[in-house]
Design a protein around this ligand. Sequence first.
Ligand SMILES: Nc1ncnc2c1ncn2[C@@H]1O[C@H](COP(=O)(O)OP(=O)(O)O)[C@@H](O)[C@H]1O
Ligand SMILES: [Mg+2]
Length: 350
Amino acid sequence: MPETEYDPTHVEGGRAPAVDVVDLVKTYEYHHKEPGLRGSLSNLFRRRTLERRAVDGISFRIEPGEVVGFLGPNGAGKTTTLKVLCGLLYPTSGSVSVLGRVPSRREPGYLRRIALVMGQKSMLWWDIPAMETLLLHREMYRIPERDFRSTVDELSGMLGVDDLLRVQVRKLSLGERMKMELLAALLHRPDVLFLDEPTIGLDVVSQQRVREFLRDLNRERGTTILLTSHYMADIEQLCPRVLVIDRGRIGYDGSLASLVVKTAPHKLLTAVFTEPVPEADLVAAAGGAALRPCDDPLKVEVSVPREQVADVAARLLRVGRVADVGIEEPPVEEVIRAVFGAAADERTLS
Ligand SMILES: Nc1ncnc2c1ncn2[C@@H]1O[C@H](COP(=O)(O)OP(=O)(O)O)[C@@H](O)[C@H]1O
Ligand SMILES: [Mg+2]
């Protein structure tokens, strides 16, 4: 089925969304091969073509300036979706528009306005300094000299890599290289940035730096960002909105905060006492809520239904002298794991 033509007149209010995906399906075709020579021979005569539906009818819209997190276990269809959005893959059916254009046409005017950064795929040349690749990009995108200088200065300053531009890329650490990847990808000042696991494998300090950089980029330039990550910290700190995808379908589209409230009916209540409190008193104070095992004999952790938090906290304050109390949402990792359910436990969460 051919890709449906995008019709911008359908946009309400006349303002085009940055990304508009309607009923997108992407199926991969691949050939089954029996193992061994016999398999190779029989393959010559009758190749069995198999299909895998990586994306199974998804729809979503992203407005200009949004930062959206794309979450899902391995094999959920995230990378496939990003590749379709960049025009690297044709949709099997459905319609996709980015900045009002059909990505698969790969028009130069379109490619100048988007960028894709993949954490596990480098676009830099390893044997030369990053600056050489940047100069190449300057030619490719026909960036005027003055803009080139100011963008390189600005971005390398934000990323803290000014002094590394002339170092051979293979000599850089993973974190330094990723910052260079971002610099190279953003040299032409795209309006929409697609990021696939941009912080994977980075040390914590580099991860934080990359996050802050992306946040500043969004605030200062209004860059629209769609990112996948298996680090919940990336999502928590950057993405007010998340799309949860599993087996090629979107299971949730909304704020991370309401996802947590919706799927985690409990909060985590902790209390630290100044002296040990008898177990029986704690059990009574918890009032049926689950006490979690704790290494610290002075500390208790109780998983409490949201509506009982105030009552349980009040009772805990009465069973002993309390030095500190805390009421927290459960860790986002736990929440996301619950959303994906048992199926996600078999595949790793990403
Ligand atoms: N080139 C390909 N040929 C066949 N199947 C593929 C290909 N690329 C990805 N897939 C399959 O499509 C599904 C979605 O993959 P992907 O989009 O990479 O998921 P994610 O990025 O969420 O981990 C998986 O089942 C994967 O095995
Ligand atoms: Mg992927």
